[in-house]
Design a protein around this ligand. Structure first.
Ligand code: ZN
Length: 125
Protein backbone atom coordinates (compact mmCIF):
# COMPACT_ATOMS: atom_id res chain seq x y z
CA UNK A 1 0.00 0.00 0.00
CA UNK A 2 1.29 3.41 -0.87
CA UNK A 3 -0.25 6.39 0.80
CA UNK A 4 1.93 8.77 -1.11
CA UNK A 5 0.13 9.40 -4.36
CA UNK A 6 -2.98 11.13 -3.25
CA UNK A 7 -4.80 13.23 -5.73
CA UNK A 8 -5.12 16.99 -5.61
CA UNK A 9 -2.78 17.72 -2.77
CA UNK A 10 -1.85 21.35 -2.27
CA UNK A 11 1.63 21.16 -3.80
CA UNK A 12 0.04 19.40 -6.76
CA UNK A 13 -2.63 22.08 -7.22
CA UNK A 14 0.00 24.81 -7.00
CA UNK A 15 2.13 23.10 -9.61
CA UNK A 16 -0.79 22.57 -11.95
CA UNK A 17 -2.00 26.15 -11.77
CA UNK A 18 1.52 27.41 -12.37
CA UNK A 19 1.97 25.18 -15.41
CA UNK A 20 -1.42 26.24 -16.64
CA UNK A 21 -0.61 29.92 -16.26
CA UNK A 22 2.62 29.31 -18.15
CA UNK A 23 0.40 28.34 -21.06
CA UNK A 24 1.06 24.61 -20.79
CA UNK A 25 -1.80 22.20 -21.34
CA UNK A 26 -1.72 18.72 -19.89
CA UNK A 27 -3.65 15.86 -18.44
CA UNK A 28 -3.82 14.98 -14.81
CA UNK A 29 -2.98 11.56 -13.43
CA UNK A 30 -3.36 9.67 -16.64
CA UNK A 31 -2.43 6.06 -16.11
CA UNK A 32 0.62 4.88 -18.00
CA UNK A 33 1.48 1.21 -18.18
CA UNK A 34 4.86 0.01 -19.35
CA UNK A 35 5.28 -3.70 -19.08
CA UNK A 36 4.43 -4.64 -15.52
CA UNK A 37 4.98 -1.12 -14.26
CA UNK A 38 1.97 1.07 -13.93
CA UNK A 39 2.24 4.67 -12.90
CA UNK A 40 -0.03 7.68 -12.68
CA UNK A 41 2.15 10.76 -13.07
CA UNK A 42 0.69 13.91 -11.55
CA UNK A 43 0.89 15.72 -14.86
CA UNK A 44 1.14 14.18 -18.32
CA UNK A 45 1.92 15.93 -21.58
CA UNK A 46 0.79 13.25 -24.00
CA UNK A 47 1.89 14.55 -27.42
CA UNK A 48 5.43 15.37 -26.28
CA UNK A 49 5.61 12.38 -23.92
CA UNK A 50 6.63 14.25 -20.81
CA UNK A 51 5.63 12.88 -17.42
CA UNK A 52 5.84 15.06 -14.34
CA UNK A 53 5.94 13.42 -10.95
CA UNK A 54 5.63 15.44 -7.80
CA UNK A 55 7.48 13.67 -5.03
CA UNK A 56 6.79 14.09 -1.36
CA UNK A 57 10.02 14.91 0.50
CA UNK A 58 9.50 12.25 3.12
CA UNK A 59 8.15 9.42 1.00
CA UNK A 60 10.66 9.77 -1.80
CA UNK A 61 13.75 10.60 0.24
CA UNK A 62 14.43 14.22 -0.68
CA UNK A 63 18.12 15.03 -0.04
CA UNK A 64 17.11 18.14 1.92
CA UNK A 65 14.14 16.92 3.92
CA UNK A 66 14.10 13.17 3.53
CA UNK A 67 14.69 12.53 7.18
CA UNK A 68 15.37 8.96 8.09
CA UNK A 69 13.08 8.15 10.96
CA UNK A 70 15.09 6.87 13.90
CA UNK A 71 12.13 5.51 15.78
CA UNK A 72 10.66 2.40 14.19
CA UNK A 73 13.55 2.38 11.71
CA UNK A 74 12.92 -1.34 11.20
CA UNK A 75 9.60 -0.36 9.72
CA UNK A 76 10.51 2.75 7.75
CA UNK A 77 13.87 1.84 6.24
CA UNK A 78 12.63 -0.94 3.96
CA UNK A 79 9.45 0.94 3.14
CA UNK A 80 11.21 4.11 2.05
CA UNK A 81 13.96 2.15 0.31
CA UNK A 82 11.27 0.37 -1.68
CA UNK A 83 9.77 3.70 -2.70
CA UNK A 84 13.09 4.94 -3.99
CA UNK A 85 13.73 1.76 -5.94
CA UNK A 86 10.27 1.95 -7.42
CA UNK A 87 10.86 5.57 -8.44
CA UNK A 88 14.00 4.51 -10.26
CA UNK A 89 12.25 1.61 -11.95
CA UNK A 90 9.43 3.90 -13.06
CA UNK A 91 11.86 6.47 -14.49
CA UNK A 92 13.78 3.80 -16.37
CA UNK A 93 10.64 2.18 -17.75
CA UNK A 94 9.26 5.51 -18.94
CA UNK A 95 12.52 6.55 -20.57
CA UNK A 96 12.81 3.19 -22.26
CA UNK A 97 9.59 3.85 -24.17
CA UNK A 98 10.53 7.39 -25.06
CA UNK A 99 9.13 9.48 -22.23
CA UNK A 100 10.94 12.32 -20.57
CA UNK A 101 10.53 12.35 -16.82
CA UNK A 102 10.57 15.46 -14.67
CA UNK A 103 10.59 14.82 -10.95
CA UNK A 104 9.71 17.73 -8.75
CA UNK A 105 10.15 17.79 -5.00
CA UNK A 106 7.14 19.00 -3.10
CA UNK A 107 9.37 21.66 -1.48
CA UNK A 108 10.32 23.18 -4.82
CA UNK A 109 8.78 26.47 -5.81
CA UNK A 110 6.25 26.09 -8.62
CA UNK A 111 8.30 28.44 -10.79
CA UNK A 112 11.31 26.15 -10.37
CA UNK A 113 9.06 23.27 -11.36
CA UNK A 114 7.99 25.03 -14.53
CA UNK A 115 11.64 25.71 -15.31
CA UNK A 116 12.32 21.98 -15.02
CA UNK A 117 9.39 20.96 -17.18
CA UNK A 118 9.59 23.57 -19.95
CA UNK A 119 12.85 22.41 -21.54
CA UNK A 120 11.50 18.87 -21.82
CA UNK A 121 8.57 20.31 -23.74
CA UNK A 122 10.89 22.29 -25.96
CA UNK A 123 9.66 25.59 -24.59
CA UNK A 124 11.33 28.51 -22.96
CA UNK A 125 10.32 28.80 -19.33
ZN1 ZN B 1 12.40 18.47 0.31
Amino acid sequence: MRGNRKRDTRPEMRLRSKLHRAGLRFRVQRQLAIGDISVRPDVVFGPTKVAVLLDGCFWHGCPEHGTRPTSNAWYWEPKLGLNRRRDQAVDEALKLVGWSVARIWEHEAPSAAVAKVAPALGKES
